[in-house]
Write a protein that binds this ligand. Sequence first.
Ligand code: FPP
Length: 244
Amino acid sequence: MDGNGRWANTRGLPRTDGHREGEATLMDVIAGALEIGVSELSAYAFSTENWKRSPAEVRYILGFSRQILREQRDDLNAWGVRVRWVGREGRLWKSVLSELRAAEELTKDNRKLTFNLCINYGGKAEIADAMARIAADVADGLLKPSSVNDQLIQRYLYAPDMADVDLFIRTGGEQRTSNFLMWESAYAEMYFSDLLWPDFDRLALWRACSEFAGRDRRYGGAVDRVATTEPRVWAPEEYDDPDA
Ligand code: FPP
């Protein structure tokens, strides 16, 4: 949700007014996602790196997040949205955590759309936390090092049942992912929008989805376009070194 601060500053307003405007965008985007049948949507509201901002801005964002959760949870619940917090406890204010838990509890049976609210979240922090828990389980004899693979690592992430990211949208004109859902977006399609977050809306989301629908996703595979036969499945031994 990048660009709130610039949106406000270009209008001669304090950065916090941009965050306020960003709330309306977020609700419009959630409504737009529901309209087109998106089953999971994640928003980056506060990163583990956002603690570098001024105390006044951090206090504003955390206090505002708490307020949004309280004010919007009934509407989100009525819309069939399941709210799920994704992030690290650490320094996160207890009062924000308890609003997150209340929203999760209220909406836990909703199935239309899961809204992953990433607060005090960092992709590297998530992977590091998973590694620490895996190492502890190995040390306790609960896990064998040889059983560590990508499916197992997934089970130690903050939200083990979160689907891999299909479409990764970054607003605000920056061409980077800023430590968001690093593991989950390994094969995500990237979409960079120059719109500042408060100028983004459901139409902009649909435009991004429409472009996504035309992308060719190969997940590391390849199709020989010259071939006229149907794609086939090869036997494992066909991948062996022929010179061995
Ligand atoms: C990025 O814009 C935005 C943020 C760091 C905070 C956004 C948070 C909210 C709108 C609150 C959401 C909370 C809930 C509970 C849904 P920026 O400040 O980096 O903008 P800039 O790049 O223009 O400086």
